[in-house]
Write a protein that binds this ligand. Structure first.
Ligand code: SF4
Length: 361
């Protein structure tokens, strides 16, 4: 397949790794932000190919993993209501809340449906005017434009039975929180290419300067990641704290301006709780007051939920780069994709799921 096969070319990857090996003079800890990158790294064994001076740690860029337990419990409560059709991306159905998941709600008669786009949920709302249709609007900057569009489309259609349960999170405040922590070990970042395709990478320049780290926009194929690491190592070795782009075929400095405009029209900044990490100030997007009628949290009584996290799960530490999946005593037994104790074992972008799927440990 064009534009994929050449980015999986083993010789090209090895050439990039050789160049990293020649240029490296000391140990560096580099975090890949996105869970999609984590899966590529583990699947293709990139971490094992790199010189031993480089330690890759896995970041919080898995939307399913960082969606807070409170929001998942709210989703479970809303989805259990008889008048509701609850729509969601498939990944969310198996994410454990406090003791159950959306699949178990469906097994008990809840009308929970998997959709591939929020616009499918709007269509369901049009076709079912007597029911309340709720879309679980999770994700980073990547999914925000389509979620915002669904609200605008529902408004244009005059739909009174469509709402969104918003759990949007944003990357730059998470990088700030990681770098600002006294326990931080990360010295360079691979930023998520798809997020930057929407937002550009202008937001990373002040972060790189403030915390003296290079932040390199990186894609998802093995060669993309090797080139992103190469660029990061070159900046680290040269002592350059810059935001740079190793994913030029998809990302510009400014990003997708029309998409950013749609996001700004519908959403505004708010504090957001990240699963296992806690509240990160200004790290989320919520609906603007003028779209409050589309906010599922306003429409349904779900404010008094007290979540209970599994006491053994260390996913929050993994998502901050402080631990790795194999450090968790529950990895593999009792925690597995069939019986997950935490979201990082469920999601197709979760670090624990990557280690489990590709036979680590
Ligand atoms: S292996 Fe399971 S319990 Fe351990 S951190 Fe990962 S998801 Fe949590």
């Amino acid at each position: 397949m064009k534009y994929v096969r050449e980015y999986r070319d083993e010789d090209l990857v090895r050439t990039a790794v050789d160049e990293i090996r020649k240029g490296i003079t000391q140990p560096w800890v580099i975090m890949e932000i996105c869970g999609g990158q984590t899966h590529s790294i583990v699947r293709y064994g990139l971490d094992q190919l790199l010189p031993s001076e480089i330690e890759l740690v896995h970041g919080p860029g898995c939307p399913v993993c960082v969606t807070s337990l409170e929001i998942i419990d709210k989703a479970l409560a809303i989805a259990s209501r008889p008048e509701v059709i609850f729509t969601s991306y498939g990944d969310m159905l198996r994410v454990p809340g406090s003791g159950r998941d959306l699949f178990s709600v469906r097994a008990r008669g809840g009308d929970v449906r998997v959709v591939y786009s929020p616009l499918d949920a709007v269509k369901i709302a049009r076709e079912n005017p007597e029911r309340e249709v709720v879309f679980f609007a999770i994700g980073f900057e990547t999914t925000a434009p389509a979620n915002a569009m669904s609200v605008l489309q529902a408004q244009n259609l005059g739909l009174k039975n469509y709402s969104v349960l918003v759990a949007h999170v944003c990357v730059p405040p998470a990088i700030r929180a990681i770098l600002g922590s006294p326990e931080n070990r990360v010295q360079g970042f691979l930023a998520a290419g798809h997020v930057c395709a929407v937002m550009g990478y202008w937001e990373y320049t002040p972060l790189a300067e403030e915390f003296s780290v290079p932040i390199v926009v990186t894609g998802f194929e093995p060669l993309d990641i090797a080139q992103g690491i190469l660029m990061t190592v070159k900046h680290l070795e040269a002592g350059k704290a810059v935001a740079d782009n190793a994913y030029k075929r998809a990302v510009t400095y400014e990003g997708n301006k029309p998409a950013q405009k749609v996001i700004q029209r519908v959403f505004m900044d708010c504090d957001r709780k990240w699963r296992g990490i806690g509240i990160i100030p200004g790290s989320g997007w919520c609906l603007r007051p003028e779209y409050a009628a589309f906010d599922a949290e306003n429409r349904f009584e779900v404010s008094d939920i007290q979540p209970e996290e599994s006491p053994v799960c260390i996913a929050g530490l993994i998502l901050q780069g402080l631990k790795k999946p194999l450090d968790c005593p529950a990895f593999g037994n009792p925690c597995s994709p069939e019986k997950p104790l935490g979201a990082t074992m469920v999601s197709s972008e979760g670090a624990c799921a990557a280690y489990y799927s590709y036979g680590r440990g």
